[in-house]
Design a protein around this ligand. Structure first.
Ligand SMILES: Cc1ncc(C[n+]2csc(CCOP(=O)(O)OP(=O)(O)O)c2C)c(N)n1
Ligand code: SF4
Ligand SMILES: [Mg+2]
Length: 433
């Protein structure tokens, strides 16, 4: 493929985890779902689990579309029914790792009953809940988590209901692993998902994320970058925090961290125990006795450990190798055929950056009636710095006492800057129309 999209598809490190033939995806610019999918794909890669033994189930909604983009066996099921379908998959084949990836409306609204009972049973599922405080796909209605006083299409004078705090709800229902992050805490989301994939029992990971098109716009909260900055400034890290303290007020503080991580028999373990009592040691599930299944589980654990060790070795090698200067992203074929063009690529990049800087100049030519657009463009320019700052600060956020090395934090900053520049450029282009 010779298009920009083609280059992206070929060059993405997540190509093997995503159905690249389905790109571009449907999510709006600034929506948090994309970064969550990226964190999830990274977590699967790192976990060492066999992707062929992974099943992803989604309900209906913008988040529900995740099932269509991941390159695993997946089911895009009906609204609110992701958990019962996932439960069925797990019971039918306990060797599978089953992940539910859906929105807060789908999981805690129409699907709320299923959610609390799966947690109560300690069903062996990993639930990733994208909480954007709104029914994104259907036009921004109020959901069970919309903060009091927030605007929604169904509460045009502000929400007067009391919202759920999902970690508290899950804790009360019996979930054995509960974490909350925001879509800005990508690395933490990855680590939590990785942990959840490797443990037994019901794991619930909530990711607070911006719905730019409906929630942010209706509440006049700016764009995705503004919300990332809000997350950065208002997140309070409290591992092990009492889940009663995790309520979220409108534009208030957001308590993040791993709140619960405990062990108790899973639904299948409890049901096996009961059956052994009744039938004795001859009891078989899906044609296998308990010792046979335990032996298989042990062998699978060893395979996972070997894959993880291999991955860690590759990563360590990458870190030890001296940093190579970054090349322009020109495909190999293009380099062979047109060396002159390839060499010119860094220059072109410089040119682009230079062009994007004088946003004010571009605005100066805009007729007076487009003053609003002009204001937007002006506002966009300083975001390069803001976004870079946000990413750098985010990189410093601790996860279980670990702080990301400064080198990696810097890499994140460098990455963010060109995007913000491109955004400023896009806005200035808009003003010219
Ligand atoms: C039985 C049924 N009722 C209602 C709908 C309409 N519907 C589709 S998606 C959705 C809301 C999804 O919200 P959420 O789970 O928060 O996902 P988001 O779009 O915010 O990611 C609703 C109400 C439906 N598809 N089926
Ligand atoms: S409508 Fe909201 S939740 Fe849906 S893709 Fe757009 S920003 Fe994301
Ligand atoms: Mg939602």
């Amino acid at each position: 493929m010779s298009t920009e999209l083609g280059k992206f598809k070929e060059g993405s490190p997540m190509s093997s985890m995503l159905r690249m033939e389905r790109m571009p995806h449907i999510w709006c610019p600034g929506c948090g779902i994309g970064s969550e999918v990226n964190s999830f794909a990274e977590a699967v890669k790192r976990s060492g689990i066999d992707p062929k033994k992974l099943v992803v189930v989604s309900g209906i909604g913008c988040t529900g579309r995740v099932a269509g983009y991941v390159n695993f066996d997946s089911i895009h099921t009906t609204h609110g029914r992701a958990i019962p379908v996932a439960t069925g998959v797990k019971l039918a084949n306990p060797e599978l790792t089953v992940v539910v990836f859906s929105g807060e409306g789908d999981l805690s609204g129409i699907g709320g009953n299923h959610l609390i009972h799966a947690a109560r049973r300690n069903m062996d599922l990993v639930v990733i809940c994208n909480n954007n405080f709104t029914y994104g796909m259907t036009g921004g209605q109020v959901t069970p988590t919309t903060p009091s006083s927030a605007m929604a299409s169904t509460t045009p004078y502000g929400n007067y209901e009391y919202p759920f705090s999902l970690p508290f709800l899950m804790d009360a229902a019996g979930a054995t692993y509960i974490a909350r992050w925001t879509s800005m805490h990508s690395r933490n989301v990855t680590q939590s998902i990785e942990e959840a994939l490797l443990r037994k029992g019901f794991s619930f990971i909530e990711v607070i994320s911006p719905c730019t098109t409906l929630y942010l716009r209706r509440n006049r909260l700016g764009d995705g970058v503004d919300m990332l900055q809000h997350y950065q400034e208002n997140s309070i890290l409290k591992h092990g925090c009492d889940t009663r303290e995790t309520a979220i007020d409108y534009q208030g503080k957001i308590v993040i961290g791993k709140f619960v991580d405990k062990n108790k028999p899973t639904y299948l373990e409890a049901s096996d125990k009961c059956s052994i009592k009744l039938v004795g040691d001859d009891y078989q599930l899906y044609g296998k006795t308990i010792p046979e299944r335990e032996a298989e589980e042990k062998a699978e654990k060893e395979r996972i450990a070997a894959r993880r060790a291999a991955m860690a070795a590759v990563e360590a090698q990458g870190e030890a190798a001296p940093a190579k200067p970054r090349k322009a992203s020109v495909p190999k074929a293009a380099v062979k055929k047109a060396p002159a063009k390839a060499a010119a690529a860094p220059k072109a990049a410089k040119k682009t950056a230079a062009k994007a800087k004088p946003v004010k100049k571009a605005v100066a030519k805009v007729p007076a009636k487009k003053a609003v657009a002009k204001a937007t463009a002006k506002k966009a320019a300083p975001k390069a710095t803001v976004k870079a700052k946000v990413v750098a600060n985010a990189a410093k956020t601790k996860f279980q006492g670990k702080v990301m090395p400064a080198k990696q934090a810097l890499a994140g900053t460098k990455k963010a800057a060109p995007k913000a520049t491109a955004k400023a450029k896009a806005v200035s282009k808009k003003t010219r129309k």
